[in-house]
Design a protein around this ligand. Structure first.
Ligand code: FE
Ligand code: FE
Ligand code: ZN
Length: 306
């Protein structure tokens, strides 16, 4: 049996570079991971430290992490769908070009991108802007791949259904450099029935093709199907539920696809104090294939001790 490729969102800081991200992923028992090359909400990015990158690659090798499964997430403020502000639009294109260069210098093949929000321009114009933008970003025939993430359809978000993603894929010239990132919370919130994932994959296959799935974000959702909210929940504690998520993670058709958790951090008091990553305990639960109703308390106790 092919092994499960599972990881989570981890942090990348200037001091430790990629080496720090690998260490964090390993501390959660992961064999892949995803990170932002800086803060997710801004576009300030430092230089890539080659020595730390090489150390990170060694550590990955020692621990059987295949760098082809590692993902970068582009900052979510980059918006290719709206070109009202020409400078901003040009900045977004240029930033993504640089982001792909950063990925390349780290040896990473996949960069997840939110397609964008049209912010009043309308769906058609928004999609057109995304296509124009991606054609500029993916000017070269070869290079890292952009995985377009399926979105919840919050506000004017595009990529909320397979048809919109398909339109983008069909109209970008170098679409050999495009794949799709399915996000279980987003699919649910967009109105797809993720509780019947085989059926959903069949739809996806008909419209886009299963070979286009580049990665999967595994999240439970705080909201009902079709709520267009996009609020992630810890595995088994939301409206999708543990059993349904397990069926997605272990789905035969998704073998070999990296699965990334982006579930919320947990605070010790349950209030607004410091929060801690839930991933170690969630991944243990997933590997044991048995729901742990005390998961959140287990996380709190684990961090209280350390
Ligand atoms: Fe995302
Ligand atoms: Fe996501
Ligand atoms: Zn989300």
């Amino acid at each position: 049996m092919e092994k499960l490729i599972i990881g989570s969102h981890v942090s990348f800081n200037k001091e430790d570079g990629l080496f720090g991200t690998v260490k964090e992923a390993l501390s959660y028992g992961e064999n892949t991971f995803m990170f932002y090359t800086g803060a997710p909400q801004n576009t300030i990015r430092g230089k890539i430290d080659e020595a730390k990158t090489n150390k990170a690659k060694e550590l990955m090798k020692e621990n059987n992490i295949d760098i082809n499964d590692v993902i970068i997430h582009a900052p979510y403020i980059v918006n290719l769908a709206n070109n009202n502000d020409e400078d901003k639009y040009a900045f977004a294109i240029n930033f993504l070009k640089q982001e792909l260069k950063r990925a390349e210098s780290l040896g990473i093949k996949k960069v997840v991108l939110h397609p964008g929000s049209h912010v009043g321009l309308g769906i058609e114009t928004g999609l057109h802007n995304i296509i124009t933008g991606l054609n500029a970003v993916l000017e070269e025939e070869e290079g890292p791949i952009i995985c377009l993430e399926t979105m919840a359809g919050k506000g004017t978000e595009l990529g909320k259904n397979f048809e919109e993603i398909k339109t983008i894929l069909d109209n970008v010239k170098n679409n050999n450099r495009l794949l799709v990132c399915l996000d279980t919370c987003h699919l649910n919130d967009a109105g797809y029935d993720v509780k019947n994932f085989d059926n959903l994959l069949e739809k996806f296959d008909k419209i886009i093709g299963l070979d286009k799935i580049g990665c999967i974000h595994i999240n439970d959702s705080k909201n009902e199907k079709g709520a267009h909210k996009d609020r992630h929940e810890n595995i088994g504690f939301g409206t999708i539920g543990f059993e349904n998520i397990i069926k997605i993670i272990y789905n035969e058709k998704l073998k070999g696809v990296p699965k990334i958790l982006e579930t919320p951090y947990v605070s010790i008091s349950g209030g607004k104090d410091r929060t801690y990553a839930p991933y170690k305990q969630e991944i243990e639960m997933i590997k044991e294939n048995k729901f742990n109703p005390n998961l959140l308390d287990d996380i709190r106790n684990y961090y209280k001790k350390s």
